[in-house]
Design a protein around this ligand. Structure first.
Ligand SMILES: [Fe+2]
Ligand SMILES: [Fe+2]
Length: 277
């Protein structure tokens, strides 16, 4: 059996994302900016507004059904005011890894947008204070897959093939080849990029929600959203399996049949939009 790639090597490489030649320069700049201990709203909105392509992608997202604001949001500073700093930061990352996502795992973007929509919808039903922040966890929860494929292209191809051939989940297949999974990798980045701890935790435990300590609710929401989106067949996330919802998450969320129907209806609208985005 081939040896697994060790966790320290994985973490160092993940955190050195800025050094990767295949990462577009815009993403390198964003990543470097987020690592600074202090980033002001002006700096963030100035950076985004200086790039017309990024600006239009973000405005498209915030004006989509994923957020469902009744009036048009016309500027980045307006978006920050309505959605908050962390959400706009998360969107910026989401849209800037988008090209990488599509190139490497087709359908991962649709899957991610679907999770963002479902997560926001559940968070609202559960009266969480920042439903838009939870939706960012949905958008970024599988970002670790993109990072793994960039750093370990050959090894990750074998992981994808193993999942396909053996009919196991990608999460399981990753464990056979790596000491850490895409969930760990995503959370290392979220921490390095100084996202709030509950967001990082929801990413870290989205496949093992019972292990979450500080963000049980957010983690359960991302976990359930991920599975609902797969069950609904929106996008592709690298494997064909729909795992069971963890009973602890299901009990915690107490979703009714009506809730699930509403979430699926929102996913329907968003799925058609994700293609345009
Ligand atoms: Fe995942
Ligand atoms: Fe996922």
């Amino acid at each position: 059996m081939t040896e697994r790639i060790d966790i320290r090597n994985m973490r160092t490489r993940t955190e050195a994302i800025n050094a990767l030649p295949t990462v577009p320069s815009a993403l390198k700049q964003i990543s470097a900016m987020f690592e600074k201990p202090r980033l002001s709203i002006d700096e963030l909105s100035g950076f985004i507004s200086g790039d017309p392509a990024l600006t239009s992608k973000i405005l498209k997202m915030v004006n989509s059904a994923a957020y469902g604001f009744p009036n048009r949001i016309s500027s980045i500073s307006h978006a920050i005011m309505l959605l908050g700093f962390n959400v706009v930061r998360g969107l910026l990352l989401g849209v800037s890894v988008f090209d990488l996502m599509q190139k490497n795992i087709a359908g991962l973007w649709e899957h991610s947008v679907g999770c963002a929509v479902a997560a926001r919808c559940i968070a609202q039903k559960k009266n969480l204070q920042e439903p838009e922040e939870v939706s960012i966890c949905g958008l970024l929860h599988d970002i670790g897959k993109v990072i793994l494929i960039l750093h370990y292209p050959r090894e990750y191809e074998t992981v994808l093939a193993k999942a396909r051939d053996e009919g196991i989940s990608l999460f399981e297949a990753e464990q056979s080849r790596f000491e850490a999974t895409h969930a760990d990798v995503g959370s290392w980045l979220a921490r390095k990029w100084r996202f709030p701890v509950n967001l990082a935790e929801a990413i870290e435990y989205h496949h093992t929600p019972h292990l979450s300590r500080q963000a049980k609710l957010e983690t359960a929401i991302v976990h359930v959203s991920d599975i609902l989106v797969r069950a609904r067949g929106i996008g592709i996330n690298g494997d064909m399996l729909v795992p069971d919802i963890h009973p602890e998450s299901w009990t915690l969320l107490q979703l009714t049949d009506d809730d699930v129907r509403d979430i699926l209806a929102e996913l329907e609208t968003a799925a058609s939009e994700a293609e345009d985005l």
